[in-house]
Ligand binder design. Sequence first.
Ligand code: GRF
Length: 201
Amino acid sequence: MKKIVILISGRGSNMQAIVETALAQQWPVQIAAVISNRADAAGLAYAAGKGIPTAVVVSKQFADRESFDAALQSKIDEFAPDLVVLAGFMRILTAGFVKHYAGRMLNIHPSLLPSFVGLGTHQQALDAGVKLHGVTVHFVTAELDHGPIVAQVAVPVLEDDTEDTLSQRVLVQEHLIYPQAVLQFVEGRLSIKDGRVHVSK
Ligand code: GRF
């Protein structure tokens, strides 16, 4: 049974989509823990309600990135995960941390990477006037919002879209694509070669 640790910072709707899909489809996985860097992350209550162990490692209490990442890493590793899932985890990670989880850490980013890295992706898309926007699931590498792409879904940008309406349209797809990508990992169907992800049947 594969073990998954999910990291969140807030709402946790992607975490919830993964947990619900795993339960509904009876995945052979254990959601070993949901860990947040903020004590007030709303998603923690949902996880606890599902009987999933939760933990908080408060980023603000650490002097620098290295010491926070070291504390986070040791907390994560208490649960010996096969996969670490970043689900709205709003932290820039150190190279050492990323290396430790190389090939077993996924992130979801609300844009069609490599377009629109960082924050405010929906406004970035509106400002650029693109007609298609979307979401990417990728393996995490040291460079922010880069790394081998597992899956992408595009949505149209409509004439009267606001940041809110566009982000809602993308979020619906996030909740479908992320569970799917996590399941592909769990089933051992993802491999990385020359920076590209191959999904086997
Ligand atoms: C999502 O849009 C995700 O793609 C981005 O941050 C948001 C988190 O939402 N990285 P939630 O906490 O999963 O509801």
